[in-house]
Write a protein that binds this ligand. Structure first.
Ligand code: GDP
Ligand code: MG
Length: 296
């Protein structure tokens, strides 16, 4: 018999090491004031973020996000540790003059790349580097049902150069299902028309499985989402939802909105790919530009 070397145990060693270290995942939310950004991120990670007293259930005073603000959480599931950074941003595009309103956000994203690069270049580079690079930017589109605003086009274009941008249709409960389908198609067509290339990216290295994964996610983006920090009673059960003119929206019901699709996308199916794409495409582009500039 051929001798068994046993290096296949390396997968367990890698796994063990990765699990011990845990994963770092950083998300930023961007869009006009009042589109439900703060609400949505609280909804996505609600079961984890909510404190035992059920703080999110009570009547909170209306909060306004006035500065770029990162909040960190550690989630442990089945022994796997996820360190989550959620970066909330003040609404922009609310002013009469919106010129360069995206600058602080682009700067914030670049600053994280820059901080990472500095740590990478120092002598201690083999030590674990705290990663604050933004892996996903959720871009909130107003549910007008018509088309993107000019500012959406500009900002998404700017952001797509530095980060994985994932558009969502905010407050989708204000559109009927038919209107949502039409609006989605309109948005996709406009993104193509304006030559805005968003995540996921196809590369030559993608295998059949990855191409399939990308196609499946493209067919849902932009996610039509509804957020809620409150519970409502449906059929005697308490669910996360909203009451509106037409009745009750169960946020977690896939027939009502695509909240669950977005949550699965972020926390299950694309978590690792968003992290890898950030490192391999966005950070790499930043890094080579910086290093070139240093040489000159
Ligand atoms: P932000 O300024 O984008 O952070 O928006 P907020 O999360 O503070 O929400 C603004 C208002 O919109 C609040 O009154 C929320 O209760 C409400 N809201 C948030 N998400 C939704 C949604 O999905 N549908 C509806 N109809 N209202 C929402
Ligand atoms: Mg907010």
């Amino acid at each position: 018999a051929t001798s068994y070397v046993g290096f296949d145990s390396i997968t367990q060693q890698i796994e063990h090491k990765l699990l011990k270290r845990g994963f770092q995942f950083n998300v930023i939310v961007v869009g006009q004031t009042g589109l439900g950004k703060s609400t949505l991120i609280n909804t996505v990670f609600a079961s984890h973020l909510i404190d035992s007293k059920g703080r999110l259930e009570s009547n909170e005073p209306v909060r306004q996000t006035t500065e770029i603000q990162a909040v960190s959480h550690v989630i442990v599931e089945n022994g796997v540790k996820l360190r989550l950074n959620i970066v909330d941003t003040p609404g922009y595009g609310d002013q009469v003059n919106n010129e360069n309103c995206w600058d602080p956000i682009v700067k914030y994203i670049k600053d994280q790349h820059s901080a990472y690069l500095r740590k990478e270049l120092t002598a201690m580079r083999d030590r674990y580097i705290l990663d604050t690079r933004i892996h996903c930017c959720l871009y909130f589109i107003s549910p007008t049902g018509h088309s993107l605003r000019a500012i959406d086009v500009i900002v998404m274009k700017k952001l797509s150069e530095v980060v994985n941008v994932v558009p969502v249709i905010a407050k989708a409960d204000s559109l009927t299902l038919e209107e949502r389908v039409a609006f989605k198609q309109k948005i996709r067509a406009e993104l193509v028309y304006h030559n805005i290339r968003l995540y996921p990216f196809d590369t030559d290295e993608n295998d059949e499985e990855e191409i399939q994964l990308n196609e499946s996610i493209r067919s849902v983006i932009p996610f039509a989402v509804v957020g809620s920090e409150r519970s409502v009673i449906i059929d005697g059960k308490s669910v996360r939802g909203r009451k509106n003119r037409w009745g009750v929206v169960n946020v977690e019901d896939v027939n009502h909105c695509e909240f669950m699709h977005l949550r699965n996308f972020l926390t299950r199916t694309h978590l690792q790919d968003l992290i890898e794409t950030t490192a391999q495409i966005h950070y790499e582009a930043f890094r080579s530009k910086q290093l070139l500039a240093l040489k000159e």
